[in-house]
Design a protein around this ligand. Sequence first.
Ligand SMILES: Cc1cc2nc3c(=O)[nH]c(=O)nc-3n(C[C@H](O)[C@H](O)[C@H](O)COP(=O)(O)OP(=O)(O)OC[C@H]3O[C@@H](n4cnc5c(N)ncnc54)[C@H](O)[C@@H]3O)c2cc1C
Length: 602
Amino acid sequence: MIVLLSCITLKFNLCFPDIPSSLKSLPLNGHFSFNEIHHTARDFGNRYQFLPLAVLHPKSVSDIANTIRYIWQLGPGSELTVAARGHGHSLQGQAQAHRGVVVNMESLGGLKMHTYTGKHPYVDVSGGELWINVLHESLKYGLAPKSWTDYLYLSVGGTLSNAGISGQAFRHGPQISNVYQLEIVTGKGEVLNCSEKKNADLFYGVLGGLGQFGIITRARISLKPAPKMVKWIRVLYSDFAIFVRDQEHLISAQNTFDYIEGFVIINRTGLLNNWRSSFNPQDPVQASQFESDGRTLYCLELAKNFNPDKIDIINKEIEKLLSELSYISSTLFMSEVSYVEFLDRVHVSEVKLRSKGLWEVPHPWLNLLVPGSKIHDFALEVFGNILTDTSNGPILIYPVNKSKWDNRTSVVRPDEDIFYLVASLSSAVPHSTGSDGLEHILTQNKRILDFCEEGHLGENLGVVSALAKVHKSTHFNGNTNEWITPESEVIHDKIEQIEVEQNSQDGAIPITQEELSIKVFGQRSGYVTGLGMRPSSSSRNIVGHGDNIKYVTQLEQKVQEQADQIQKQADKIQEQAKGIEVANNKIHELVEAKRGTGEDVG
Ligand SMILES: Cc1cc2nc3c(=O)[nH]c(=O)nc-3n(C[C@H](O)[C@H](O)[C@H](O)COP(=O)(O)OP(=O)(O)OC[C@H]3O[C@@H](n4cnc5c(N)ncnc54)[C@H](O)[C@@H]3O)c2cc1C
């Protein structure tokens, strides 16, 4: 082992310059840190820690481009990985680079935001800018982005690399559906502008691409007029079917709320006291008599934007919309807050949790996209059997419309008109071995994923998911027990073999699905060693078995269509060959006939 290590070190030293010194000598406006790097080996998930070799604090886009170009030129043998780090709020080390270079995108924030107030307003912002700053800047012009996340202390590049989903997504789509243009530093260190019209592959690849296809240095975000105030409403249900029926009704209605979410409340008594005091029950007497009795309840959370001069109209609209719903009537809670207060609502909880030392704990979050047709089975098992006794944080559940998602982006989502975001946002109590401890929560998460995988809901695909599984699910027909082509089987065996070999080495860092993909299918253009070599996303996408079978069937149909076309062409060629043969025979007969008459046939 020691001999092997010294060989590797020797090879590294012979082939590569002293990397820290060569990084230091790059002409930059910003600088590299080699010592103050430990904070970049942590993230919000608080479970994975990969120490980088260096942290780049860029002051300009060319700092990032020069660094990546240099690493690209070193070639894959340098094994230097690169990760952009926005606000470091990912969960599984996605913004970390083991012995590589972390690009601290927040130091690029010096680039000024620029708001355009014309017919289709937008704001140009740095990839490292926080959404809370984008909000305050655009509000100076009476404008605001259309689609949000629940928490605003996240970077623009960080959420655009995921999806950016919140209660506005049913109407406007996720944040990645609300971007006009991006400036990207590619894996080769080029700086490219891209949009729907220009470098479209790169544009859609980067959106939802988990930082695998390039670094977002600038984004043009679409804006709309901002309201001043928000009516914020919560109502409770005890029947899941009625809860989701009302949610789906609201996201499909024409004139509806501006924000629609929901969450599950498990085993909580004294519920009313837990809600923010600013939430007033519509009928305080009736509400005070409501007992949750430890039942699992479902809370529909709604918001309607308004400007104070239109308050009467808005009140009527809300009354009408609420009259179409079937919640428990004594549980209507409403409050009126400013637009900023509403959007920045999670920050209030952050401040409280930080003051109690409960913010920087492990967060074994589980984010799922579940097809609408499976949500009842899912709820029955997950809320009825797996998470019955307790929950260790909010469990969000709300539907979105597929029509608002652009299928050209890198995000993988269920192929149904309506699908649900389900997010179990647990916090673990450090060192606890009880039901609030990390191990217990991870076991619960695994039970949920196993339930999804074991034939109940279908394959569980991560945004960057288990390669062997995806390959098999799309190239193997479970009905006929056959691979689509013989090569598909060979590729599948190769994937499994590499994975087993790599992971059986003592102490080896498990191979990521991205590395595996590069080993099997080769390096894709624009990949730098590091972009594309980090742990997979933590958000999962439950795609029903039906979808996989449909996909396999489609592929088979395509193969069959191609085979038919080839056969038709072969038939044509054969016909032509026959025609040629007939013509040849005729020529031959003519020649023979002429010969018979003693004519010169040349
Ligand atoms: C409290 C909290 C609430 C949240 N609420 C929501 C929510 O409501 N909806 C939602 O959709 N998500 C939500 N998230 C998840 C969040 O959107 C993602 O974790 C997001 O990636 C975090 O942004 P960040 O700036 O911290 O990114 P990082 O953790 O810094 O990076 C995340 C990923 O993006 C890549 N990346 C970062 N910057 C760039 C860039 N400029 N160019 C290319 N790649 C880049 C990184 O390499 C990494 O792969 C929440 C997270 C937290 C902690």
